[in-house]
Design a protein around this ligand. Sequence first.
Ligand code: SF4
Length: 276
Amino acid sequence: MEIIEKVKSADKMAVKLLQKSKDGYLCETVVVDYYNKNIICFSCALGCPVGCKMCYNGVYKNFIRNLNADEIVAQIKNAMAFIDPKKVTLFSAMGVGEPLLNYENVAKAFIALNTEFSGNKFAMATTLPSSKNLEEFLSMIRDVEKFKIMISLHAPTTALRYKIIPIKTAVKKLVNDSIKISKKFNRECEFNYLLFDKFNDSKEHAVKLAKLIPDEYVIKINHFNHVQGVELKPSTNYDGFISTLKQLNKKVEEYSTNGEDIGAACGQLCSNKKLD
Ligand code: SF4
C-alpha cells in the first residue's frame, strides 16, 4: 500500500488517506484525532458485497475483492505517521468492507498489530452476517485483549433492519448471539444505531430498542452524515430519541463522526476505484 493523497478536514480532526494497492486500486483510511485517543478507521476490502442502504459501497454494490492481511497491516502502518504519539490508538475495522466476510485476514492483521503496537485498542463494526464467523474470529484473536465488538444494529425490528441491511437474521437472535459470544470470549460488546430521519428515530422505535438491548450494554447513537446516492437522511430527533432511552435506564453514548467535509465520515468512505 502506498499513500498517494491526504486530505485534512476543516476542523483538523480528521485526515483521509488515499492509498494505492499493488494492483492499482484506491483504498481509503481515516485517522481521527479524537479528544483522548487516535482512531484509525481502516478498510478491509475493496468495495463491499453486503449492500446496506446507508453506505456508499452498499448503494453502488462495488465489491472488487477482500484485502489480505499484509495489505491491511500496511494500510494501518502508513496511517500511524499521522497519529498523535502521546495518545492511545484505536484500530477500528469500520471503513469499507464487512470484517466478518474477511475475518481470517482481519484477525491476522489484528494479531500482528497487537504484537507490534501493544497497549493500543482494537474494534470491529459488523452487521453480523454470521455468528459462526464471529466466534471463529474471536477464537483467533484470543491474545488481542483490548478488543471490542460493535454490532451495527440500526433498527429495533427485523423487518425495519432488513429494509436497510439485507441480512435476514432476526434482530433478537442477532443481539442474543452477539452477547452470548462476547461473554464466552470475555469481550466488550456494544450496539451501534445510526439515526435516520423518519425511519428509525421515533419514540416508538426508542422504546422497542430499549426492550431489545439489556440495560448493561451500551447503545451507541451515531450521527449519520449525508452520503452521495443514499436516500436516508440524518435525523432531526437525536435529543428526543436519546432522552427516551435514558428514561428507560439505558446506557447511551452519542458519537458524532468527524470528516464529513472530506468524505471521511460514517458511510462515506469508498475503496474500489482503479487507477490508470
Ligand atoms: S455499511 Fe459496511 S457492511 Fe454495509 S455495505 Fe457499507 S461497508 Fe458494507
